[in-house]
Design a protein around this ligand. Structure first.
Ligand code: CS2
Ligand code: MN
Length: 352
């Protein structure tokens, strides 16, 4: 496996590339142009600038997370064709710079959703928390308003231009079903996968987080069966997965079994742990298997059995050692670095 670390870019991430350099075994930076609105073509000069910066620090730029999909594509509006053409052009330009894998998601309206960004835990750390009863009893606009006031950085999926249009977007989704979403995803894939084949970029869809419908919006990349259906929409190795153990772990999925079944189509994997409670709440924990509901040891073991040679990154970490003062929720330095050492620990002992 090839270890990577997500970084939000110069001036946008409190963590420096020099610090990431000191985490053992990290070869690549998972990057994006985080200020690009979904649907626009990425400028080649900006791609090249990012590439130069990251490579100068000694990392590869093989993985981009994410190139976001414009809402009109998910909704299947007539304007989608223009945005799909733009998406294709961005892929071609990324390929020109040497990018190998692009991560994206196909969740209506939101990316990941939580009810609290700094939930205190017993040991004094804090973590992203999902309280089911809150989601059921609050209207989404109020929740998003509340959450986005807690942070002064932009988080993936919570970009200002997306939040500004929230009411309008919800209206557009009235009466929209899971089958509609499947159809629109198929349409999108049929357009872009041939381009990916031509320019040698592998697409990896990120599972929905949480892995169940919220606010009456459909969510489809949520379990083994649906992942199988997804891979068959366009049966090409270029149509693959960014498997995320924390997202799939928000409901009772057998993740090692999913890895075992679809391993050849996994291009990128996010490893993290979450603890599920009986009432449907869940909290993000350390990477350690006994701390959460995901058997992370078995996850790593399954990857090892399959000789997994794709990209890996630790996903969200808790805030520890006071880093909530400066780090993005889920994307501090310390717990993700500890997560990497846990992953290596299991991997190296298996290799021996
Ligand atoms: C993250 C996502 O929540 C998560 O697990 O990895 O925010 C991820 O970056 C996006 O869904 C990818 O498009
Ligand atoms: Mn993830």
């Amino acid at each position: 496996m090839k270890m990577t670390f997500r970084w939000y870019g110069e001036g946008n991430d409190q963590i420096s590339l020099q610090h990431i350099r000191q985490i053992p075994g990290v070869e690549g930076i998972v990057w994006s142009l985080h200020d690009m609105p979904a649907g626009e073509v990425w400028e080649q000069s900006r791609i090249n600038r990012e590439k130069a910066l990251i490579e100068k620090a000694g990392f590869h730029i093989d993985v981009v997370e994410s190139v976001n999909v414009h809402e009109d594509i998910k909704l299947g509006l007539p304007t989608r064709d223009k945005y799909i053409e733009n998406y294709k052009e961005t892929l071609r330009r990324l390929a020109k710079a040497g990018v190998k894998v692009v991560c994206y998601n196909f969740m209506p309206v939101f990316d990941w959703t939580r009810t609290e960004l700094y939930k205190q835990t017993e040991d004094g750390s804090n973590a992203l928390f999902f309280e089911k009863s809150q989601i059921e009893n609050i209207d989404p606009i109020t929740l998003i308003d509340k959450i986005s006031k807690d942070v002064d950085v932009t988080m993936p999926g919570w970009e200002p231009e997306r939040l500004a249009k929230l009411k309008e977007t919800f209206k557009q989704y009235e009466g929209f079903t899971a089958e509609d979403l499947w159809q629109n995803l198929k349409y999108f894939l049929e357009q872009i996968i041939p381009v990916c084949e031509a320019c040698d970029i592998k697409m990896g869809i990120h599972p929905d987080d949480p892995a169940f419908p919220i606010f009456g919006l459909p969510r489809i990349i949520i379990n083994k069966e649906n992942i199988g259906r997804f891979l068959n929409l366009v049966d090409s190795p270029y149509n693959g997965l960014s498997l995320c153990t924390g997202s799939l772990g928000s409901s009772a999925n057998d993740i090692p079994d999913i890895i075992h079944t679809y391993c050849s189509r996994i291009h990128f994997i996010h490893i993290r742990n979450v603890k599920r409670y009986e009432n449907g709440d869940f909290i993000e924990t350390s990477h350690r298997a006994c701390d959460g509901s995901v058997d992370t040891v078995k996850v790593i073991e399954t990857l090892h059995q399959h000789d997994y040679s794709g990209y890996v990154r630790p996903d969200h970490g808790r805030h520890i050692w006071g880093e909530e003062a400066w780090a993005r929720p889920g994307y501090g330095l310390y717990d993700r670095a500890l997560g990497i050492m846990y992953i290596w620990g299991v991997w190296d002992s298996l290799s021996r």
